[in-house]
Design a protein around this ligand. Structure first.
Ligand SMILES: Cc1ncc(COP(=O)(O)O)c(C=O)c1O
Length: 398
């Protein structure tokens, strides 16, 4: 008789965003006609840039002609796209081999699946709070999890793990706190990982939101990272590909580990991907090449700038009303302390029912997220302004 993987029973009943959608749907049912504003999910709202549209059209046209038609693509992804990514890193002084790059259909599947190539009894250190995928996938796989708390007391900068760990998940700029780790902090993690033969899984999905030139956009800006870090990245938040679906992961040949030979982790990830994944859409990949052109990058930056202007409006509005607000400077997320000691879900419900604004309860990102909400800067300017006004108008009642 078939048995369910018992680790699913350890998961929260619903994935965070499904629970939010459920409560929102219930509210809509009870309050038909009320206009809800969503600052909840980090979903992009602006249309794709001109270069990307042209790139995607080009990809479709290739499929319309027998001489350019392609079916299944190259194992690790379109080689022109991977070459463009090599150049993209090179411009920032980082040398990556084209065969160290694996094109994917987004950062979520890769951050979810990478743990599967490491031993079952691996211990994973994960920032708390963090993007729920890291904790939940390690939990489903039965791996042990060690939290690295990120709180106002440590400026949302995790301490090095005090015990043995094998995998270290770092997301910078961070979802949900908006904190970005400095080169000095990342160097400490890289040195720790190298000393302990641990692997860092570095999620750089929000790199394009870093405005401060002193802050690192890639883990490979840190000396020693090529022997201990895998970088996962995405076109989603950078170029509006949340629905198009495209990302990439860098798995250096020189990664080390217990009894690990040169190139072995790269080879095993390739083995995993070629066994369980059949590549990103060929059309999306031509769109990705367009993002990486000079014009494409400029246009994508405009989208990012628009969301960052939203972030500024939210930050200013809430701070003026006495809220303690973190993040939002180099990230599209604002991490807001709930007033009067309310729990995350209590404040979520107040904002939903009284301001008709949907946010994300901080506790959904981990225990250290209790007492916070996350506000996303993705959205239309008018909605953002109205949402800030609505939240502000509640202040005296909280
Ligand atoms: C930290 C982080 N990584 C990855 C993702 C997902 O990226 P993708 O759309 O490329 O799967 C998200 C999406 O919200 C995210 O917040």
């Amino acid at each position: 008789m078939v048995k369910i993987n018992e680790n699913y029973a350890k998961e929260k009943k619903n994935y965070l965003f499904i629970e939010i959608a459920k409560r929102t749907a219930e509210f809509k049912k009870q309050n038909p006609g009320v206009k809800l504003l969503s600052l909840g999910i980090g979903n992009t709202t602006l249309p794709l840039s001109q270069s990307v549209i042209e790139g995607l059209n080009k990809g479709v046209k290739y499929l319309a002609d027998i001489s350019t038609y392609t079916g299944y693509g190259d194992e690790q992804g379109n080689s022109d796209l991977r070459q463009s990514l090599v150049e993209f890193y090179k411009k920032r002084g980082i040398d990556i081999d084209v065969n160290e790059i694996f094109v994917s259909d987004g950062a979520k599947p890769d951050t979810a699946n990478l743990q599967s190539i490491f031993a079952k009894d691996s211990v994973a250190a994960i920032q708390d709070p963090s993007y729920p995928v890291y904790v939940e996938t390690n939990m489903i796989a039965g791996k042990k999890i060690v939290y690295m708390p990120c709180t106002p007391e440590n400026n949302f900068v995790p301490e090095l793990p005090a015990q043995h760990v094998d995998l270290i998940y770092i997301c910078s700029p961070n979802n949900p706190t908006g904190a970005v780790l400095t080169k000095e902090t990342l160097k400490k993690f890289v040195d720790f990982a190298n000393q302990n033969q641990a692997i860092i899984i570095f999620d750089a999905a929000y790199f394009a939101y870093i405005k401060d030139p002193a802050l690192p956009k890639s883990i490979y800006e840190i000396e020693g990272a090529k022997t201990c870090a895998i970088e996962v990245n995405s076109f989603s938040k950078w170029a509006g590909f949340t629905g198009v679906r495209l990302g990439w992961t860098v798995v250096p040949f020189s990664l080390k580990g217990e009894d690990v030979e040169e190139g072995q982790i790269n080879h095993i990830w390739k083995r995993r991907q070629t066994t369980m994944f059949n590549g990103a859409s060929n059309v999306a990949q031509v769109g990705g090449i367009a993002v990486l052109t000079e014009k494409g990058q400029k246009e994508s930056q405009k989208l990012v700038d628009y969301y960052m202007e939203n972030a500024k409006i939210i930050e200013g509005g809430l701070k003026n009303n006495g809220f303690a607000v973190y993040g939002g400077e180099n990230a599209p997320y604002l991490w807001v302390k709930t007033p009067s000691g309310k729990t995350s879900w209590e404040f979520f419900d107040i904002l939903l029912n009284q301001a008709n604004v949907v946010v994300t309860p901080g506790v959904g990102f981990g225990p250290s997220g209790e007492g916070f909400i996350r506000i996303s800067a993705f959205g239309n300017r008018k909605d953002i302004e109205e949402a800030v006004q609505r939240i502000s108008s509640l202040k005296n009642d909280l």
